[in-house]
Design a binder for this molecule. Structure first.
Ligand SMILES: C[S@@+](CC[C@H](N)C(=O)[O-])C[C@H]1O[C@@H](n2cnc3c(N)ncnc32)[C@H](O)[C@@H]1O
Length: 243
């Protein structure tokens, strides 16, 4: 690890926490890794299911999460997910590991009507469309990295310090899809989905399952437009930096 490196994943935890709907008692964390985000979720909701297909990651998650987190060793694309069960499905830096169309449809079926899918994941580099944000990311990464390096001089460091599982965590460093392509796939699979680029080499994908019970996959034209109105996703209009 280089001196100015810091972990971008926890930087976006608070952004995801702001997307949780109300009420929110049961959440699925997809690709939970060593369980850092599942542990944060567990302080806010009654129960968290945290799934990862890496035995080493699930073992680490079991050591670090509280009793209201069920750590599941499994493949989210193969193992059965309980239908219409979760108030929210969240994911930190794992969606780009999955075949996006199948993954989005599969996850959407596990949400209760009105439930929220919120994922932060890696886009493929798209310099033609995202050059300004790439410059901002490169500069911001170094400025914050220098700040964190100073802060960690006297001690072990805070949230920005990569965790002990960082090096061994399964990673995909060359994602298939750009932010724009993710947006195209997401809006086709889940009408109403929104995808936006975040500064530090991530995108945010947000979708709320319609409360009318259609599942959102094949929208039926509503006779009464008011009948198809959706509740807005909490906080989705805000900036990407945690407050
Ligand atoms: C880059 S890590 C992120 C881990 C964690 N969310 C974090 O923020 O530290 C991506 C994780 O997704 C998991 N993963 C990839 N494909 C998966 C699948 N099909 N089912 C379950 N987990 C998967 C990997 O094992 C890995 O732990």
């Amino acid at each position: 690890m280089r001196l100015l490196d810091w972990d971008h994943k926890p930087y976006y935890h608070r952004l995801l926490l702001r997307q949780l709907p109300s009420p929110c008692t049961r959440v699925l964390d997809v690709g939970c890794g060593a369980g850092a985000f599942a542990a944060e979720l567990a302080r806010r909701v009654d129960h968290v299911d945290a799934i990862d297909r890496s035995p080493a990651m699930i073992e680490a998650a079991r050591q670090t999460t509280p009793p209201n987190v069920t750590c599941i060793l499994g493949d989210v694309m193969r193992d059965p997910l309980p239908p219409e069960s979760y108030d929210a499905i969240v994911s930190v830096t794992a969606l780009h590991h999955l075949p996006i169309d199948d993954a989005l449809r599969r996850l959407s079926r596990a949400l209760r009507p009105g439930g929220v899918l919120a994922a932060v994941a890696l886009p493929r580099r798209d310099l033609a469309r995202e050059l300004p944000v790439e410059f901002l990311a490169a500069a911001g990464h170094r400025v914050l990295g220098a700040t964190f390096a100073v802060l960690r001089t006297p001690g072990p460091g805070g949230w920005y310090r990569p965790g002990p599982s960082h090096e061994t965590m399964p990673k995909v460093l060359d994602p298939l899809l750009t932010t724009r392509q993710v947006r195209q796939h997401a809006t086709a699979a889940l009408p109403g989905a929104r995808v936006r680029r975040l500064v530090f080499w991530r995108y945010l994908l947000l979708w709320q399952r319609p409360i009318d019970g259609t599942g959102g996959h094949r929208p039926v034209p509503a006779r009464n437009p008011a009948a198809s109105a959706r509740r807005p996703v909490a906080g989705s209009g805000g900036g990407d930096a945690p407050k």
